[in-house]
Write a protein that binds this ligand. Structure first.
Ligand SMILES: Cc1ncc(COP(=O)(O)O)c(C=O)c1O
Length: 399
């Protein structure tokens, strides 16, 4: 597959002129960006049309959402049609983004000094949230089995028994490893949560960026008891590239927690904007065909990353992501002191450094492959040049 219109015809000059963080920060340093999790592709035409129509109509006054936005019912419909899970729309609330949603739940469900478990590595703002809220981080680590990333349940169970975390933050599909948890894994997690009475916050923001034959299973869909201890947080922002519009949904399984949230002053947690809701509705109602094309392009790109790293930097550890447009690469065997600086200086590419994803990941980098075929080629030229020059190339091939 070459040259997919709307995905592979990106103009670097136009991208470089963007004000968004991904391109602005890289361009200021004279680099091509492959870092923050935004895609380079134009937003789906259906979403652009809906936004333009709303702006053209000047219908930008106070929205008529006194009993919630239409996203509550739409989220419920999407979960039912995609996964056979039928969340109650009345238990859905809107927040500007997932970090805010997580912080509200932690604010309501924990006190300073409590333990909170989280898979490691993990999305950096979640880790800094725990630090800033004075919560003790309990690691649920991934280990490299040689054929993929697997959760280390033994370590986790020991930590849970010892530190008794109040909450588990479960990111599934997972950033940065790209793992999609199987039903067996999720049921094992649910069993631990049940035995130790842990509230689960399930971040499913990457659920629609998934590759065959993997299947997303909403954690709360495992059964009524699991749903009753699960808060699900998600949005259209990753799968439709709308992060700047600040619009997310939160489904509260635990009724007591929802009552506490609703007992707060009406505007304390802010509210979402008309463009955010209009775009999310358009994406969920009319964006499926665009998303099918997107997944084909991303599937090609993930294989390209995997193949080139395997061929040109065989000592780097890397597994084909099962979801997301992010590749997690362990450059530890290459003997490179600071892989981000090396890839920047010698390759001209800005990648995300592993140390932000947890204390043990200094030797890792995360690559964002949501871009055109040509730009991905340049990114991979830069990454392989940065990682190979002066590095050892003799180790066995990565899986
Ligand atoms: C796992 C995960 N959760 C949440 C987010 C960000 O969500 P938001 O911008 O809605 O806070 C990201 C962004 O990349 C992410 O990867």
């Amino acid at each position: 597959m070459t040259g997919v219109p709307g995905f592979d015809d990106l103009d670097v000059d136009q991208l470089s002129a963007r004000a968004g963080a991904k391109w602005a920060q890289a361009t200021a340093e004279g680099l091509i960006p492959s870092w923050v999790a935004d895609m380079d592709f134009p937003v789906a035409p259906e979403v652009r049309r809906a936004l333009c129509e709303r702006i053209e109509s000047s219908d930008l006054g106070y929205p008529d959402w006194f009993r919630g936005t239409p996203l509550r019912a739409e989220f419920s419909r999407r979960m039912a049609s995609r996964y056979g899970w039928e969340p109650d729309p009345d238990a859905v609330r809107e927040q500007t983004d997932l970090i805010q949603a997580l912080q509200i739940v932690l604010h309501l469900a924990t006190t300073r000094g409590d333990s909170v478990a989280i898979q490691t590595p993990n999305y950096p703002p979640f880790l800094s949230t725990l630090r800033r809220m004075g919560l003790q981080q309990i690691d649920f680590p991934f280990v490299d089995t040689g054929s993929g990333w697997a959760l280390d349940f033994d370590t986790f169970e020991r930590s849970v028994a010892r530190y008794r975390p109040r909450v588990l933050i479960l990111v599934n599909p997972h950033n940065p490893t790209g793992r999609v948890h199987t039903r067996d894994e999720l049921e094992r997690i649910a069993d631990i949560a049940e035995r130790f009475d842990i509230l689960v916050v399930s971040d499913e923001i990457h659920a629609e960026l998934i590759y065959e034959p993997h299947r997303h299973i909403p954690f709360a869909s495992l059964g009524p008891e699991v749903a009753a201890r699960t808060v699900t947080i998600t949005s259209a922002s990753k799968a439709f590239n709308l992060a700047g519009l600040r619009c997310a949904v939160v489904h509260y399984g635990p009724t007591g927690l929802l009552s506490r949230r609703d007992g707060e002053p009406f505007d304390l947690y802010g509210t979402v904007s008309v463009p955010g809701v209009v775009a999310t509705l358009a994406a969920w109602q009319h964006g499926d065909a665009w998303q099918t094309d997107l997944i084909r392009v991303l599937d090609r790109n993930r294989r390209r990353v995997h193949d080139r790293l395997g061929a040109e930097v065989p000592a780097a550890r890397h597994h084909l992501p099962e979801a997301t447009y992010l590749s997690w690469v362990d450059a530890g065997a290459l003997g490179v002191e600071d892989p981000v600086a090396r890839v920047g200086e010698r390759g001209g590419i800005l990648v995300e450094g592993g140390q932000r994803f947890g204390r043990d990941y200094r030797s890792h980098v995360r690559i964002n492959f949501a871009t055109s075929e040509a730009l991905l080629g340049r990114i991979l030229d830069g990454v392989t040049a940065g990682l190979t020059e002066g590095g050892r190339r003799k180790a066995p091939p990565a899986n």
